[in-house]
Write a protein that binds this ligand. Structure first.
Ligand SMILES: NC(=O)c1ccc[n+]([C@@H]2O[C@H](COP(=O)([O-])OP(=O)(O)OC[C@H]3O[C@@H](n4cnc5c(N)ncnc54)[C@H](O)[C@@H]3O)[C@@H](O)[C@H]2O)c1
Length: 386
């Protein structure tokens, strides 16, 4: 029996927006979602214009997300949307998610899940009350080679994790003048819209999530220094030492002012007997280094029989036809869509997307980093962050 695609409505992602179009493309690649409605902007006129350009029917292109939720809820069950995709700036995530749960819809929300830890907890509570599901799009865990890295580490063949080095370097905020007239930069550097974190909320959370995903361990404590260019009130650069709950140690650097690097996310996981290395700008290879044999390069591809079967299954093209960011995003949509339809999470310990628990931990990470930095880079236990 073919699965009916999940009808979804998008909140945000109108003209001039960045990630909304990525979500729509990812949902289309996933194949088990269909865009049925949208409230693409906080400006009703722009929202309607955006819908006309995107191709949502005029009667289901709404001037606000509250109007969308109310009118969709009133439609017959087999026509109305079943889920919303939230792709607004961070401060709108919680109000939109709470309203969506209240109206009885599932939620797929971009990261960080909220502007503050309190609002993240409010989303968690509303999801539990509604009985509806939520996924958070930490894109990088959707890459096949990241999943393979996690599987290799989890197998135990490399021993315990000793050290992790993760860095996420960008340069698009490296000049003071980068903010003015740049929609994405304006809200990201404004605490009222970005929330508690600057670069650490925006991309540090991706790096922390990647550490936890691949190692299968939570970050237990952190010691961090955050800085910003003059005139900015949120961090645009920072570095942290951390300890994993299993005793391994690590370093995490995230910056939006490192000139020459556009989106250089990389992670090195050193275990007792091997090191595993992945870099987002070359996402289809995974390097494994050992002392006593030549290094191995693992390649992505739907025809690479040495990969885990579940990882082969999420790829669409044979090796040498590179998949990338959009397909990684699509893997998250595909997994969450299948879960909504079946009513069951994927078997095993990877639901295929970042859960609300992961997202709450991400918000604790942001707050712990800020608290540590404010106190002169002292060690902070994440369990002390409430
Ligand atoms: N997963 C990733 O890799 C990734 C990458 C980039 C951005 N993001 C996240 O995606 C979100 C959006 O980021 P962006 O860079 O696309 O921002 P953006 O400024 O480009 O787009 C935000 C959109 O939301 C709309 N919007 C604002 N308030 C609204 C409201 N009340 N109702 C409807 N629409 C509203 C804006 O008009 C705009 O269209 C952020 O939370 C960001 O952290 C995630």
């Amino acid at each position: 029996m073919t699965m009916q695609p999940i009808r979804y409505g998008m909140i945000g992602g109108g003209e001039g927006a960045f990630i909304g179009a990525v979500h729509r493309t990812a949902a289309a690649i996933a194949g088990n979602w269909t865009l049925a409605a949208g409230a693409f902007s906080s400006n009703p006129e722009k929202a309607r214009r955006s819908g006309a350009a995107i191709g949502t029917p005029p009667e289901r292109t709404y001037g606000s997300y509250r109007e969308m939720l109310e009118r969709e809820r009133a439609l017959p069950e087999d026509q109305r949307i079943e889920a919303v995709s939230i792709v607004t700036p961070n401060h709108e995530h919680a109000p939109a998610a709470l309203a969506a749960f209240e109206a009885g819809f599932h939620v797929i929300c971009d990261k960080p899940v909220a502007d503050t830890l309190e609002n993240a907890r409010a989303i968690e509570k509303a999801a539990a009350k509604s009985g509806k599901r939520i996924a958070v799009t930490h894109t990088y865990t959707g890459y096949p080679m990241v999943k393979q890295a996690r599987s290799l580490v989890a197998s135990g063949q490399f021993g315990k994790v000793r050290r992790v080095a993760v860095k996420y370097m960008q340069d698009w905020l490296s000049r003071a003048s980068d903010i003015e007239g740049n929609k994405q930069a304006e809200w990201r550097t404004d605490p009222k819209r970005s929330g508690e974190g600057g670069a650490f909320g925006d991309i540090g959370t991706h790096a922390a999530n990647l550490v936890e995903y691949i190692t299968g361990q939570r970050i237990a404590s952190i010691c961090c220094e955050l800085t910003a260019l003059p005139g900015r009130s949120l961090d645009d650069d920072g570095a942290a030492l951390f300890r994993l709950e299993g005793g391994g140690k690590g370093t995490l650097t995230a910056s939006q002012v490192c000139v020459g690097d556009t989106n250089d996310l990389s992670i090195d996981i050193y275990c007792d007997e091997a090191g595993v290395h992945w870099r987002q700008e070359e996402p289809n290879t995974l390097r494994v280094g050992r002392r006593d044999r030549p290094e191995e390069i693992w390649h992505a591809g739907a025809n690479r029989a040495y990969l885990d079967p579940g990882i082969i299954a999420i790829q669409r093209t044979p090796g040498g036809h590179p998949e990338g960011y959009l397909e990684a995003f699509a893997n998250i949509y595909a997994a969450f869509g299948a879960e909504i339809r079946s009513g069951k999470r994927a078997e095993g310990n990877d639901p295929g997307y970042a859960t609300m628990d992961d997202a709450i931990v991400g918000m604790q990470f942001v707050r712990a980093c800020k608290r540590s930095s404010d106190q002169g880079a002292v060690w902070i236990e994440l369990s002390s962050i409430s």
